[in-house]
Write a protein of this length. Structure first.
Length: 365
């Protein structure tokens, strides 16, 4: 009798066993990667809404700014406001909640709308025309600075308390303390005007007149020619920080027991430096490396303005000056998305380099 009872199937309304896996949608929802993506989307959404209200908290609206500029030529304020109202795609009498609702609908549908100062040009179109040049100059400059900075930082750690270490430490401290826009000004004034190494006027813009865009040697060479000063500026502005950070991280790793054991086993110094010291010294810097790519997009405003490089930095400054709300919102959303995406990439790289991190994340309910 007891055997029949034990073998009988559970009733239909019996609760599921604790060993049964949760349904697939719930597993996807709880997955550590999807959790990070959800958090990133929330951050972008919150920042986008904060940008909407902060932009409109600035004194003056687009019509006031344009009318003020027109009155400088002797036009009356009434005539200037009429011209500004007819020229700009902005309704000053629209209630704030209505403007926010239009912005919210566009954000959800990935439609950033049109610019106010150029009503026929979409925000996405305007950003797409300038963003690639900024990403190009920042990307190349950041990669060069990170590679050189990490390499020199390891050299400083291996030669610590020697002349080379002291000389590189002083240079890194000086470069890390100078703002990037000041470095750009020094390059233009010192290298261009006083020393005559290059013509600052000829380097303005992104490409020379008459050069057709395309994957040709002429176009690529001309793009690097015009981006030379921005790239050099980013390298000099960032390399000092990476040198000092990598020196401190490498010095800490060199004191670990596994490095001593590797030397006792008779491994070559080159293999120890790359396989043991370098990899473990870079691991704590992964987040900083990834974030640096995102934060520099917003820091390109003054560099591109000084060097007259037509990137997204100058576009952002114009959007602020002319109170072009849709363009300003779109640019700041792009900058925020870059920083958030950099953090997400850093988390994924951490999990790749150290599997224990991803295992802990996967175990989180």
């Amino acid at each position: 009798m007891a055997t029949d009872i034990a073998a009988s199937p559970p009733p239909p309304d019996a609760p599921a066993s604790a060993a049964d896996p949760p349904p697939l949608p719930l597993r996807v929802w709880r997955h550590h990667l999807f959790v990070k993506v959800r958090k990133s989307a929330v951050v972008v959404f919150v920042v986008a809404n904060a940008t909407f209200f902060l932009a409109r908290a600035m004194p003056g609206d687009p019509i006031d700014v344009m009318a003020g500029r027109l009155t400088q030529g002797g036009m009356s304020m009434a005539e200037a406001r009429v011209i500004a109202t007819n020229s700009l795609a902005f309704d000053p009498d629209a209630p704030l909640w209505r403007q926010w609702w239009d912005f919210f609908v566009g954000l959800v549908t990935l439609d950033l709308g049109n610019t106010i100062t150029r009503p026929a040009v979409g925000v996405a179109e305007a950003i797409a025309a300038y963003l690639p040049w900024t990403l190009f100059s920042i990307g190349v400059g950041t990669v060069i600075s990170i590679v050189l900075g990490l390499s020199l930082g390891m050299v400083m750690a291996y030669r610590r308390n020697r002349f080379l270490d002291h000389a590189l430490s002083v240079a890194a401290s000086v470069l890390g303390a100078v703002p990037n826009y000041l470095i750009a000004m020094l390059l233009v004034v010192g290298g261009g005007l006083y020393l005559g190494w290059f013509d600052p006027v000829a380097l303005r813009g992104t490409v020379s007149p008459g050069v057709s865009p395309g994957f040709t040697a002429e176009f690529v060479g001309d793009a690097f020619y015009h981006a030379g000063l921005p790239i050099l500026t980013y390298v000099l502005a960032i390399i000092g920080t990476w040198m000092l950070v990598m020196k401190a991280s490498t010095t800490e790793v060199l004191s670990e027991d596994y490095v001593t054991v590797a030397r006792a086993r008779g491994l070559r110094d080159g293999r120890i430096a790359l396989a043991y010291v370098g990899r473990n010294a870079v691991l704590p810097l992964v987040a900083q490396i990834a974030i640096s790519f995102g934060t520099l997009v917003g820091g390109a405003v003054f560099v591109e303005r000084v060097l007259v490089y037509k990137g997204v930095g100058g576009l952002l400054l114009d959007a602020v000056n002319y109170r072009d709300y849709p363009l300003l919102q779109g640019l700041l959303i792009i900058v925020t998305a870059c920083v958030v995406a950099a953090n997400l990439v850093a988390d994924l790289l951490y999990g790749r380099l150290d599997p224990r991190i991803s295992d802990q994340g996967a175990a989180t309910p």
